[in-house]
Design a protein around this ligand. Structure first.
Ligand code: ACO
Ligand code: ZN
Length: 281
């Protein structure tokens, strides 16, 4: 399988240009066959159309009138904005985003219908426009209570806290919907690390402040994190005991502090007062 991946990867796109970055790709992505012979693709950073040659992109930039992702700006705090893009209303943008994302996502298939998804595109904005740093996709209706399908921080922006921001944002949307949520499986290694960090920090901070007993159900209601994910997180931190047929959370303050320190930096926070959004109907 590895050999096959390496082989397809060589035949596929090795680099992309996006805004002011040239980025080495990680994985195969099923671009239309006519793009398979070019080592580098040039993306318009706003509409995400891609081209084979730099001159084509330069011509495109003269006439492309987008300066931010299509769709509604649902969050703005400082220079950070989040746009909600409906895959049904912006099909080509949704498809372009999926092609781009697959270059960095190993295990996700791309044969789904963008119509069924909303895309939450996070941007850093300046006087030249809103530059995408990452995104997550979300099914409009999920039977399995997924609140996130795919998540990506573009490589030049990784390890700066944007991933945690995107995850926190997905749970804020779930809270507004009055539902619990969980990310679609499987998670990549980096995805799992980021989620574990998020769950650990959110849960331990509540346990630290809370006086007296608290149940997993209560934690789930407060955070919109699915009960299974809470149980697994607390179990992996060795904070759960099983007494008289029930899971009991043991929250010794010293132990909590130790785990919190190990959980690392908190990252960028979502300021909920700046989220203007109503659930999709
Ligand atoms: N090495 C070790 N730990 C890492 C790394 C790394 N390269 N990257 C992230 N982490 C861990 C760290 O614990 C980090 O917290 P810390 O910086 O406080 O130590 C935590 O993950 C999150 O870091 P962020 O800066 O908030 O996350 P980032 O913006 O880098 O985005 C993401 C994380 C989205 C998973 C990114 O790595 C990415 O886009 N990867 C490629 C695509 C992917 O794998 N997506 C998830 C697939 S699963 C799914 O979509 C449901
Ligand atoms: Zn464009």
């Amino acid at each position: 399988l590895r050999e096959h991946e390496e082989f397809t990867k060589v035949k596929n796109i090795a680099k992309i240009e996006l805004g002011r970055y040239e980025i080495d790709t990680w994985y195969f992505s099923p671009f239309p066959p006519e793009y398979n012979d070019c080592p580098k693709l040039f993306f318009c950073e706003f509409c995400l159309n891609f081209m084979k040659r730099k001159e084509q992109l330069q011509r495109h930039m003269k006439k492309c009138d987008l300066k931010h992702p299509p769709g509604d700006e649902i969050y703005r705090s400082g220079t950070l904005s989040m746009f909600e893009v409906d895959g049904k209303k912006n099909k080509v943008y949704g498809q372009n985003l999926c092609y781009l994302a697959k270059l960095f996502l190993d295990h996700k298939t791309l044969y789904y219908d963008v119509d069924l998804f909303l895309f939450y595109v996070l941007c850093e904005c300046d006087d030249r426009g809103c530059h995408m740093v990452g995104y997550f996709s979300k099914e409009k209706h999920s039977e399995e209570s997924y609140n996130l399908a795919c998540i990506l921080t573009l490589p030049p922006y990784q390890r700066k806290g944007y991933g945690k921001f995107l995850i926190a944002f997905s749970y804020e949307l779930s809270k507004k919907e009055g539902k619990v949520g969980t990310p679609e499986r499987p998670l990549s290694d980096l995805g799992l690390l980021s989620y574990k960090g998020y769950w650990t920090r959110v849960l331990l901070e509540i346990l630290k402040k809370h006086k007296g007993n608290i149940s997993i159900k209560e934690l789930s209601d407060m955070t919109a994190i699915k009960a299974d994910d809470i149980l697994n997180t607390l179990q992996s931190l060795d904070l759960i005991q099983y007494r008289k047929g029930q899971h009991v959370i043991c929250a010794d303050p010293k132990v909590l502090d130790r785990h919190l320190k190990a959980a690392g930096r908190g990252g960028l926070d979502v300021d909920v007062s700046k989220l203007i959004w109503t659930p999709y109907k």
